[in-house]
Design a protein around this ligand. Structure first.
Ligand SMILES: Cc1ncc(C[n+]2csc(CCOP(=O)(O)OP(=O)(O)O)c2C)c(N)n1
Ligand SMILES: [Mg+2]
Length: 395
């Protein structure tokens, strides 16, 4: 039997020296420069006109949705929101390079990928308004989307949990032989969780077709990347775990699309994970509970605003003769009206019956949860003025 470890292959050296700067300055793939010009036509992905336009309209829609929902939170209509402004190319460009059978496991800022898959404005609203049409039955914060039909795993709040799950899910896809991969989105901040290391290593050792897609947007809430890690971003970690890795300009749709397409092909053909690190910038606040003016300068934001992924992509579309200003304006007007109508509709839908708060967890709710429910009902009937009329509604 052959040796099953690497120890016998290690080369000896007689130099007493430390390895320094072994993995720095990993280059970033850029296929579209900041003026929307292709940098290397031979490497540009082959995106047909229909797909190219769908990518554009999804990015525009998501930017609009973000703007409107931050507004809705400020008006007190929803409790919380997370915008992805500035990161649209990373999520929409990657989703466009996948097959609809591929599983998406997201962190929370990937509404672009979900919209690309066909999640409707009404579905977004029912989830965010936590009404009875929300598949989570209102038991989650806004932005915890999920959709079985669209192969989009429900978002969960604790950072990094989706990373080992994505290794396991892809392992199952490989065993089932259904020619599908799992893409796992996460932020560079989440890559500090133990789950990142466990998940990536597991996928490498067990040969799982997982695409680990890191959105390195410079911040984990108020903590800049420079205070999060000392190594060369997250790409260097992929290489450390023996995972094929690529760093891309996350504001460049063509680079993101090309990298994800390649990652998918390799993951399927070789049954292995691939790590993509998309370099981008969170132009938005972390969430509606955050105010970035306390930890970064307007000047820094402006520098990144000038690299707007939508503008860059639009210039490219225009160069191809695929950009129609009038049609785009009409689409935005229609989307604005659709979002407003969906807000008005979703906020009128009742919340789920109050029993749902303790059901679906245990086969039979245990006595202490039943007791808490009884206490809650008593509390709501004592102070009805502090609760929506529909709370406390019994099945
Ligand atoms: C285990 C865990 N720790 C802390 C948090 C609080 N938290 C929510 S988002 C966040 C920052 C994550 O940053 P990053 O992964 O870079 O994603 P980004 O928000 O930049 O998209 C933190 C610390 C959490 N949700 N879960
Ligand atoms: Mg981040």
């Amino acid at each position: 039997m052959q040796d099953r470890n690497h120890l016998s292959n290690v080369q000896a050296t007689n130099n007493v020296s430390l390895i320094e700067n072994g993995l720095i300055d990993i280059p970033m793939l850029q296929l579209l420069d900041e003026n929307g010009q292709e940098t290397n036509k031979k490497e540009s992905p082959d995106i047909d006109e229909v797909t190219a336009k769908k990518i554009a309209s999804t990015m525009q829609y998501i930017r609009l949705l973000d703007e409107r929902m931050v507004g809705a939170q400020r008006q007190g209509r929803i409790s919380f929101y997370l915008a992805c402004t500035g990161e649209e190319a990373a999520t929409v460009g990657s989703a466009a390079a996948l097959s609809p059978n591929d599983m998406i496991m997201s962190q929370y800022r990937e509404q672009g990928a979900l919209a690309y898959r066909g999640y409707t404005t009404e579905q977004f609203m029912n989830q965010m308004f936590s009404n009875e049409l929300d598949p989570n039955k209102g038991r989650q914060m806004p932005v915890h989307y999920g959709d079985k039909k669209l192969n989009f795993m429900t978002v969960s709040s604790p950072l990094g949990t989706q990373i080992p799950q994505a290794a396991g899910y892809a392992y199952g896809q490989k065993m089932a032989g259904n020619d599908a991969v799992t893409i796992c989105y996460f932020g560079e901040g989440a890559a500090s969780e133990g789950d990142f290391h466990a998940g990536v290593n597991m996928a490498a050792v067990l040969n799982c077709p997982t695409i680990f897609f890191c959105r390195n947007n410079g911040y984990a809430i108020s903590t800049p990347a420079s205070e999060q890690f000392k190594g060369d971003g997250i790409a260097s970690r992929g290489i450390g775990y023996g995972v094929k890795t690529i760093r891309v300009d996350g504001n460049d749709v063509l680079a993101v699309f090309a990298a994800t397409k390649l990652a998918r092909e390799i993951a399927l053909a070789e049954n292995c994970p691939v790590l993509i690190e998309a370099m981008t910038y969170r132009l938005a606040a972390h969430s509606t509970s955050d105010d970035p003016s306390g930890y970064r300068s307007k000047n820094e934001e402006e520098k990144w605003r000038a690299k707007d992924p939508i503008e860059r992509y639009t210039k490219w579309l225009d160069g191809k003769g695929w950009f129609d200003k009038k049609a785009t304006d009409e689409f935005l007007d229609k989307s604005r009206a659709e979002i407003l109508a969906a807000v008005k509709k979703a906020e009128k839908v009742s919340v789920a019956p109050i029993e749902d708060i303790i059901e679906d967890v245990y086969d039979t709710p245990p006595w202490h949860l039943k007791q808490q429910l009884t206490d809650l009902k008593a509390h709501i009937s004592k102070y009805p003025e502090h609760y929506p009329k529909t709370s406390g509604r019994v099945k």
